[in-house]
Design a protein around this ligand. Structure first.
Ligand code: FES
Length: 302
């Protein structure tokens, strides 16, 4: 964890604020475009936000937060109660959506999905790689950073207010894609599904906000042995490994609880995990919020 102090809180669109988080004890950990951090909020919730500032700025991070009316407390807290000067712990940046080298980029962003795309576009422009952005949202007023993008990148950015103009024609964009160009897309599920239907799979990189629906065998109970303490924690069929460990006194971080953010990653020493996450656990690791065990006993590094 890194300690930060909340700097400017600025309204950047209807229901969206941007937060500047300044390093409290010196430079913050480096990051690459596409990375996100976990914010440990004072109301005990942890939430993930894509970094949307400048990676060259080691003094502060910037994130943007849409007020979700169905908020389970994360965006609600940030919009209603968070104030400048407050101390916030944030995780080290993690990146499940890295910008890979390509001769040309087409970026697609929907609403708050613009956040990881901002530093990608900045990096592409800085390196002289041709890049364009199609940025869509229900109305211009609901789209954070739209004016900033237009003034910085001019015609390379198309802003589409879908309520008035309808959805952009992804099939036409795909047909016009230059050879070698790759597409980075971030936005709500229906937009990503439309992008997946229109663009060849090998050329599309999409940021997944929602887990992919998959089915698994019914849950069974198993034992989690904590290698460092030697304690055995029983994980009943109706409880997640994350909750069982937390209730037993092992504070494993968590965020989405849906296997998409990576906050709850733990190391597996022995046994066979059943990976149910949507991001792909590295070898020897698992995400305790959704993943379980295929073996009756799992030894974890806690
Ligand atoms: S809490 Fe997000 S992957 Fe587990």
């Amino acid at each position: 964890m890194q300690q930060t102090i909340v700097g400017a809180i600025e309204r950047v669109a209807e229901d969206v604020v941007s937060l500047v988080l300044k390093g409290a004890t010196g430079p913050l950990a480096p990051w690459e475009p596409g990375a996100h951090i976990d914010l440990a909020l004072p109301n005990w919730l942890t939430r993930q936000y894509s970094l949307c500032g400048d990676p060259a700025d080691r003094e502060s991070y910037r994130v943007a937060v849409r007020h979700d009316r169905l908020s389970r407390g994360g965006s609600e807290y940030i919009h209603r109660f968070l104030r400048q000067g407050r101390t916030l712990d944030v995780s080290l940046p993690r990146n499940h959506f890295p910008l890979l080298p390509a001769p040309e980029y087409l970026f697609l962003a929907g609403g708050i999905g613009i956040t990881p795309i901002l530093p990608m576009l900045r990096a592409a422009a800085a390196s002289g790689v041709p890049a364009s952005l199609v940025y869509m949202g229900q109305s211009r007023a609901s789209m954070p950073f739209a004016d900033e993008l237009r003034s910085r990148y001019g015609d390379r950015v198309r802003i589409i207010a879908t309520r008035e103009q309808g959805r952009p024609d992804f099939a036409a964009l795909a047909a016009a894609l230059n050879p070698g160009a790759v597409v980075y897309a971030c936005g709500p599920g229906p937009m990503l599904e439309a992008a997946e239907a229109a663009f060849p799979a090998g050329r599309l990189h999409a940021e997944l906000f929602r887990p992919v629906a998959r089915s698994f065998a019914p849950n069974t109970a198993f034992e989690a042995v904590c290698a460092r303490s030697g304690q055995t924690v029983q994980v009943p069929a109706d409880e997640s490994l994350l909750d069982a460990l937390t209730h037993a006194g092992y504070p494993v971080a968590s965020g989405c609880r849906e296997g998409v953010c990576g906050s709850c990653e733990i190391a597996v020493v022995d046994g066979e995990p059943e990976h149910r996450d949507a991001i792909g656990a590295p070898a020897g690791r698992m995400y305790a919020c959704v993943s379980r065990a295929l073996s009756p006993r799992l030894v974890v590094d806690l």
